[in-house]
Design a protein around this ligand. Sequence first.
Ligand SMILES: Cc1cc2nc3c(=O)[nH]c(=O)nc-3n(C[C@H](O)[C@H](O)[C@H](O)COP(=O)(O)OP(=O)(O)OC[C@H]3O[C@@H](n4cnc5c(N)ncnc54)[C@H](O)[C@@H]3O)c2cc1C
Length: 388
Amino acid sequence: MTVGLPEEEYVALRDKTFDAIWNELDPLEQEIEDNERIPYDKVWPVLRESGAFGLLIPREYGGSGLSIAQYLPIVAEFAKIQGGIRAAIHVHNSFAHALSEIGGREQKDALLPGAAVGEKSLAFALTEPEHGTGADLGTRARRDGDEYVINGRKWLITNSDFASHFLVLAKTSDTEVSAFLVERDRPGLSIERLPETMGCKGGEHGVVTFQDVRVPVSTLVGEEGQGQDHLERALEISRVFIAASSWGTSERALDLSRQYAQQRVTFGKPIAQRQAVQRYLAEMAVDVYALRNMLLDAAAKWDAGKRIPAESAMCKQFGLEAVGRVTDRALLVHGGIGYTRRHPIERLYRDARLNWLEEGTPTIQYLVIARELLEGYAFDDAWNAPGA
Ligand SMILES: Cc1cc2nc3c(=O)[nH]c(=O)nc-3n(C[C@H](O)[C@H](O)[C@H](O)COP(=O)(O)OP(=O)(O)OC[C@H]3O[C@@H](n4cnc5c(N)ncnc54)[C@H](O)[C@@H]3O)c2cc1C
């Protein structure tokens, strides 16, 4: 059961974060898109001052300990501005939250107080160039006395340019996956850049190579062989965060389209008065409304202490389809000028496409949803309206 912050404190924190997003971070959009780099010297102090690094970190470790229902509107607001900032803060918050749930006391003490103020950060190292995820991983961790020796290669690892630690998933036997908390400066760990991305520009999603990297046994998260369970739990809630990004981007694309349709005049009338354009706007609103409500349900269940594998995969899948449709229509409402960098629609369209990939592609979401259905998932149980 996650209670979160008392209402008054939460509203003050949320409003402060929203102010920082719109007044201090949004104006950096052009600079980030032009240089394809996030100016950390400008962005970090704003995130620190607004409390964005500690949103999901428990209060005993210096964070704000928000509930998921409190956190999602803030994720959504970040997804309205430049996407590189959203991706960086998403990974930081999501895996600080994961560690607070699955880490041991010493691991949390070592990392979370620094993470709450952006001095430390945990990146997530799962994806590999030569292998699939889960049981197919190629990275190996071999026990050698009081240490493990890690060998393998990960790529597309967000925040690899500044993360102080990596949550590394590696096979400890032919069938078992384990999770390790690995410091970035361990001998044998090297990091290379990958080319710039289509959208969510400015962050780094590098290649992390482990060549005979020795780590103490104390870096094992939980027990040996628990990596797959940790992975599923971390991704379960992180998929909801990605769906909340889809909500935010969709809401902004709808707002911009509504404003543009009321201003743009053709044949003597604003295009908003044309039924064909009204239909685009109406369809966009349907997607935003449906996604918001799915997220409210998923957040309420997680905050009540329930596991939500089916709901989280459904939110993630519906979210990426919804933001895909909404940004398609936003582009149509804006006509040709929407395809230029003069309008944020062009950036929102590109940024949203990352939502297909983060925390698993659609085929993975279908696999999880189908597995849950076939194991007896019941929608009746999902109805939690007051008095129902
Ligand atoms: C900007 C960015 C940031 C990222 N950040 C991180 C990060 O911080 N940490 C991290 O670990 N990863 C990260 N990723 C990686 C991301 O999670 C993966 O790219 C994504 O999950 C897909 O995995 P893949 O690239 O290995 O694709 P592949 O597994 O090669 O998939 C290619 C296609 O084949 C399909 N496919 C693959 N295997 C199967 C199967 N068994 N059955 C059916 N279909 C299958 C997939 O659905 C997809 O359509 C990031 C990616 C990007 C682009």
